[in-house]
Structures are given as structure tokens and as C-alpha cells.
Design a protein around this ligand. Structure first.
Ligand code: BG6
Length: 506
């Protein structure tokens, strides 16, 4: 890992929501913990006109809204490090002005040329801005390193992702590119590696011999909120599955890396992507479910359907729910189905990985033969972060009745430790040149390849239905049929890690 003592952090799209809600609070939190380089400057860039002072005021209020940081006393010191420059992103000539501003800041602060450019802009600019930066030499690493952080989505489909890849790699090298997938910054997602590879008891069971199937859910109770315009061109498959959920699959399924070096971990992740069994066009209907939330009433409150949301076309076919069944064709996972699902306006917010173990070869006792009651390891990514192991125990009393009980760990029990935000971790790593938790080009391309037939069929095959589901339910009921095994359904997790098997209170 390279340490650095100076840095200009340039955020494109500085007047946007992500900068306010995530990036600046994360940078401030790092500053409070003395984790930023000594000579640090933040330069906000966007189309809007702000003076340095006006932008500082905005950022001060963003930090004040962020309640998680203890040491608010350092805010004045931090704010002084912030500057602003307005440019037209698609006008190459204005990048000279940006360069001048950076040199001016450089000169007055006597810092060298380490720079991070963070693309917090609409995806349509992910090609344009880096190209324009390169045209004025801001990709040049002679006077310090230059890195680009790119938010998802990286492309809209395989074709556009390949184009974007070629465009970026023309002026930038792979090790300058840091593709953010904020799920990889989550403490509990990283803990998948620690749970698997620091314990002798799980890994020997972690394969086709003992695992019946793997289920990954990422549910959100919110709708599309103010992002209807963006979401309507994306949908659940592109917004959540292509990136976040497939990364979680990779960490759940990968082989043990030879070391913690970024290349070792990323190589193992890539192998999982390369082993995903392609879903044939003719199997899309059988192996995927898509849905869209429709209006409903929750606790006497009318909830709008997706098509009524601001920015969404009234006849939109965009999915707000996606479930996919697939296989990973390698020795570890041969024949084990993976089920992933995600959706908006579901009953609760929860992301979890559930490892369903196979039943015992011969079941001695009267109850519990159906695999829904087999051992499960639930890795709760959020909220109520933790791990739950479900196993059978003798019900006290006569006979040998078996009941399922829980052994559980909650992160909240480690009350002295704060869980840093995903952005905090990822920004810190990118400053230190650690690319482990960033998606590599090949991973992204493999993920698009895998989903291409689904995208294609959902767009063109009229036989693949788009189911409506009332806001506040667990998505289309027919999603249960994806799990072909008799008597088995998805786990219906509720707000609390332990309180599963029930519909949440709406
Ligand atoms: C984003 C998606 O990447 O992830 C959003 O664009 C989604 O639609 C969000 O709401 C979910 O993130 P988290 O961290 O709240 O699970």
C-alpha cells in the first residue's frame, strides 16, 4: 500500500446529492480520525456557480446533517481546505481553467501533484470527463499519481461497458481506475471473507457436498424517491444485481486467495464471474422473475405505484423487483443453485446471505424433514448486522421432537466499535492505492455478459411477464416458484435478525 502525504481530491458533480450525503461526510470523518494526508485539499467541481465561500457553507451544512461523527470540533479546520470551480463538463477548453485552478491551489499550498478525480456525475459523463482531463495532461503521473473513481453504473449493457472500457483505457491505465461498488465497502460484506477464511469450522462445509442452495436478498422498503428519472432507465437488474449482488455472490463463492494482496483477492473474484453459467435466452422465463410495484395502502397511507412516481413514464416497463436463479460451474459449486432477489417497496430494508445446508442423510426424528428447517447460516449485511446459525434441538419433554433454535451474534454487541460507512472505507483505500475493494474491468464485463441474455429477453420477449406487486409486499408471489424444491420458499426475513419466517409488520 502506498502512503501519501498530499492530495487534491476533485469531486465532479459537487453540487449533487451524493457529495452532500456521502462523500463529504466520509471525507470529514476520515479527517477527524487523522486518516487524510497532511496536505489535503478538496476541490468541488460542477456546472452550478458557487464561490468558495458559498460552497463551503453548503458543505458545512452537509456535515452538520451527518450525525455519526463525534468530533464536530474540527469542522472549521476542515472547511478551510475546501475550494470550488465551475466548469462545463463537455467543453474541453474549460479544463485548462480547472488545471489552472488546481495549480493555483497547488502553489499556494505547496503540495505535489497527487490527485483523485471522483466522478459523481450522471453516467453519460464517465467517458467525457476523463477524456477531457487527459486532453490537458491531468492523467499524467510524472508529478504525482492521478486516480479516477467512477461510480456505478459502469455502462448500460455489455456493448456500452466495452465502449466505455476502451475509451477509458486509451488515456488511463487500469491501476489508475477505481470503480466504486459501495457494497464492497460495507464492513459486513468484507466480513464474508473473514467468516469464511478465519474459521476452521465453516470452510470444510462450504461446497456442493454440504450446501443445498444459497440465497441472497437485498430488500428496500423505500421506493424510487426523487430518482425516478435515473431509475426508469435502469431498473433493479442494472441498479442492484449487475453490481452489488453479484459482488456479494463472488465473495460468498470465491476460493481462498493466496494472500490479502489486491491482485490475489481480485483474481479469485474474477474466477467466480467467469464461472457463472450463462442463462440461455430460452431459460430466462423459467429462471428469472421481474416485478414492478403498484399502488397500495399501508397503515391507512396511500402509497403510489411505480408508474405514478415523479420522473417515471406512465407506461414504464422498468422492473423494480428482480429475482434470478443461476449456477456457478466449478468444482466447489457444481449443481448448487444460487437465488438472488432485490426490490424496492418491499416490507422492510434488509440485505442478507443465507447458506442453506443439506438435510442429514437419514432423518431419525419425527419432524423437520423439509429443508426449510435444515441448518442455515444467515449472514446479515444490513441492518442489524450479524450472523445467525440455525440448528435443530430437542424440544424438552417426552419423545424426540426437534425444534429449530438460533445461535446469534450482533455487531451491535461490539458497542465500543463504530462501523464506518462504506464510502469512508473506500475513499480511504483509494487514497492509499489499495484497489482490493474496487471492481476490476474484467469483473464488470463478465457481469454484463452474464446478464445480457436476461436484459435482452426482458426487453424483447413478450412471453416474459412483468408482474405487478402491491407496494409493501415481498414482490411477485410467483417468485416462490423459482425455488423448485417442494415445500421450500425464500426466507422471509424481518427487521430483526432473529425474527424470521414472518411477514414484517407494515
Ligand atoms: C444504490 C442504488 O447503488 O444502492 C440504489 O442505486 C439503492 O437504488 C442503493 O437504493 C442501496 O444501497 P444500500 O447501501 O442502502 O443498500
Amino acid at each position: 500500500m502506498q502512503q501519501t502525504d498530499s492530495l487534491i481530491y476533485v469531486i465532479f458533480g459537487a453540487s449533487g446529492d451524493l457529495t452532500r450525503r456521502k462523500l463529504v461526510p466520509a471525507l470529514y470523518s476520515l479527517f477527524v480520525q487523522n486518516l487524510l494526508p497532511d496536505k489535503f485539499t478538496l476541490l468541488g467541481v460542477s456546472r452550478s456557480q458557487f464561490t468558495d465561500e458559498a460552497f463551503r457553507l453548503e458543505m458545512r451544512s452537509a456535515i452538520n446533517e451527518f450525525k455519526e461523527i463525534d468530533n464536530a470540533g474540527k469542522i472549521d479546520e476542515f472547511i478551510k481546505k475546501i475550494y470550488y470551480k465551475s466548469i462545463q463538463f463537455d467543453n474541453a477548453s474549460t479544463y485548462h481553467m480547472l488545471k489552472n485552478r488546481m495549480e493555483e491551489i497547488n502553489g499556494s499550498k505547496k503540495i505535489n501533484g497527487n490527485v483523485i478525480f471522483y466522478m459523481s456525475t450522471p453516467p453519460s459523463l464517465y467517458g467525457v470527463i476523463p477524456q477531457n482531463l487527459a486532453s490537458v495532461g491531468l492523467n499524467n503521473q510524472n508529478d504525482g499519481w492521478k486516480r479516477l473513481i467512477i461510480e456505478k453504473p459502469f455502462g448500460y449493457d455489455l456493448e456500452s461497458a466495452l465502449k466505455l472500457k476502451d475509451l477509458l483505457l486509451k488515456d488511463w491505465s487500469e491501476d489508475q481506475l477505481f470503480r466504486i461498488d459501495h457494497y464492497l465497502g460495507k464492513e459486513t460484506v468484507q466480513n464474508l471473507l473473514v467468516t469464511r477464511f478465519s474459521n476452521g469450522i465453516f470452510e470444510p462445509l462450504w461446497d456442493r457436498n454440504y450446501i443445498h442452495h444459497v440465497e441472497i436478498t437485498s430488500a428496500e422498503s423505500i421506493g424510487v424517491e426523487k430518482r425516478g428519472g435515473y431509475y426508469d432507465t435502469s431498473g433493479a437488474l442494472r441498479d442492484m444485481v449487475q453490481n452489488h449482488l453479484l459482488q456479494v455472490v463472488a465473495l460468498t463463492a470465491m476460493e481462498s486467495p493466496s494472500s490479502l494482496e489486491p491482485i490475489a483477492i481480485r483474481n479469485e473474484i474474477l474466477k467466480v464471474f467467469q464461472s457463472l453459467r450463462p442463462i440461455l435466452k430460452e431459460d430466462v422465463k423459467k429462471n428469472t422473475i421481474r416485478g414492478q410495484y403498484i399502488a397500495s395502502k399501508i397503515k391507512n397511507e396511500n402509497i403510489a405505484g411505480y408508474r405514478e412516481e415523479e420522473g417515471v413514464k406512465p407506461e414504464s416497463d422498468t422492473e423494480t423487483y428482480a429475482a434470478v436463479k443461476f449456477y456457478i460451474d466449478n468444482w466447489r459449486w457444481g449443481g448448487v443453485p444460487f437465488y438472488i432477489r432485490t426490490g424496492k417497496r418491499l416490507p422492510t430494508r434488509v440485505t442478507e446471505v443465507v447458506i442453506h445446508f443439506k438435510p442429514t442423510p437419514h432423518f431419525l426424528f419425527a419432524k423437520g424433514a423439509a429443508c426449510n428447517t435444515c441448518n442455515q447460516l444467515v449472514i446479515r449485511i444490513q441492518p442489524d448486522e450479524g450472523i445467525l446459525l440455525k440448528f435443530g434441538m430437542k424440544t424438552p419433554g417426552a419423545g424426540f421432537d426437534v425444534q429449530t433454535v438460533n445461535m446469534d451474534f450482533h455487531y451491535s454487541d461490539l458497542s465500543h466499535l463504530r462501523i464506518p460507512s462504506a464510502y469512508e472505507r473506500l475513499i480511504y483505500d483509494s487514497i492509499n492505492g489499495d484497489a482490493t475493494l474496487f471492481a476490476r474491468t474484467e469483473e464488470v464485463i463478465e457481469a454484463w455478459k452474464f446478464l445480457s441474455p436476461v436484459i435482452e429477453a426482458w426487453k424483447n420477449d413478450k412471453d416474459v411477464p412483468l408482474y405487478g406487486y402491491p407496494a409493501g409486499t415481498w414482490g411477485p408471489e410467483t417468485a416462490d416458484d423459482l425455488i423448485e424444491e417442494k415445500d421450500m420458499t425464500w426466507r422471509y426475513p424481518c427487521k430483526n435478525l432473529l425474527d424470521d419466517g414472518f411477514y414484517c409488520e407494515l
